[in-house]
Design a binder for this molecule. Structure first.
Ligand SMILES: *Cc1c(COP(=O)(O)O)cnc(C)c1O
Length: 334
């Protein structure tokens, strides 16, 4: 559990923090005309710094917030590469990461894909995702550590509750904090966590120069989310483990992928998955994942032929597991 940040909370007691949001874009210099800790919101702001301390403590590194997971992707690429450099990207990793990296091919970046359950090819940066969204493979950390390139690990689906990727050998941990870390579908926000102080400085510089800063309101949502992260992740895992087991025994389900942790399951149905995803009542038919409300969608609609036509990605929320199963069962029967 995150250490309470409120000074009124006794040290041996768990308190939900009341987050005060300072939405100022600018703060006065001191009486000598010198900048204080906060100057202009694009450089940093009090709510963001507090959320960075909380996330950094969970990951064991220095955290930097960004306006989205995607802007954290962009900052990583700018910090770790230059024209002519190669990124080896895990196959089946978050679709948007590949889209963003390929957008940068016009600026001289090279992108190769590889199977992250084996050894990465020669590259300046190895980009893994644990587990990969939505194919749910996990990287071979031994092979990753043996590689000479810098390592980025997108740990959005694990969260620091299940993975401390810096300890595994990653140089940069990336989060779409929009998902589990915030957990309530109310903030678009990303984060990077690093241990190398020079890399942290470079990322902060890029964030400021490119304007990739997270808003104070999003940072406050993240702070709230982190307070319940461990409990939520345990519940997501318990329910998803049970649903994966029941799905595996269902005659209409041909393939269940579940890595044993977290709230995301991908399973295949025979034929068209759209009638299944539109038939649920409790489980919302919408994109994204990681919230307290369950959601499900076909990923083929977004990702095309790299994803099986019948694949449904289910993000298991915090609802009662038997009610979720009843909903899935009736949708699969329809
Ligand atoms: C959603 C997601 C992203 C992108 O994050 P945004 O906050 O939507 O920009 C990156 N990686 C993974 C694994 C994701 O699920």
């Amino acid at each position: 559990m995150v250490a309470p940040t409120s000074s009124t909370c006794p040290a041996d007691h768990y308190c939900l923090t009341v987050v005060e949001i300072d939405r100022s874009t600018v703060w006065p210099y001191d009486e000598h005309g010198q900048p204080r800790e906060f100057v202009y919101q694009r450089y940093g702001h009090p709510t963001g710094s507090e959320a960075e301390r909380a996330l950094g403590a969970l990951e064991g590194g220095e955290a930097l917030l960004f306006g989205s997971g995607t802007s954290a992707v962009l900052a990583s690429v700018f910090a770790l590469t230059e024209p002519g450099k190669t990124v080896a990207l895990a196959e089946g990793a978050y679709f948007g990461t590949g889209v963003t990296l390929r957008e940068l091919e016009r600026w001289g970046l090279r992108v190769v894909e590889f199977d992250q359950t084996g050894s990465p090819p020669p590259a300046d940066v190895v980009w893994v995702e644990s587990p990969a969204n939505p194919v749910l493979t996990v990287p071979d950390w031994g092979a990753v550590r043996a590689h000479r390139g810098r390592v980025v690990c997108d740990a959005t689906l694990s969260t620091p509750v299940y993975l401390r990727a810096l300890d595994e050998g990653a140089d940069v941990v990336l989060h779409s904090a929009t998902k589990f870390l915030t957990g309530h579908h109310d903030a678009l926000i990303g984060a990077l966590v690093v241990r190398d102080p020079a890399l942290a400085d470079r990322l902060r510089e890029i964030r400021t120069r490119l304007g990739l800063t997270a808003s104070p309101d999003s940072a406050a949502s993240l702070l709230h989310g982190l307070e319940t992260l461990e409990l939520r992740m345990q519940r997501h895992t318990e329910s998803a483990t049970e649903l994966a087991r029941r799905l595996g025994a269902h005659p209409r389900v041909v393939n269940v992928r579940y890595p044993g942790l977290g709230g995301v399951i991908s399973f295949d149905v025979e034929g068209d998955p759209i009638p299944v995803e539109t038939a649920t009542r409790l489980i919302r038919n919408q994109t994204s994942l990681g919230g307290f409300v369950s959601s499900m969608e076909s990923r083929h609609r977004w990702e095309g032929d790299r994803i099986p036509v019948g694949l449904l990605r289910l993000s298991v929320g915090l609802e009662d597991v038997d009610e979720l199963w009843a909903d899935l069962e009736s949708a699969l029967a329809g």
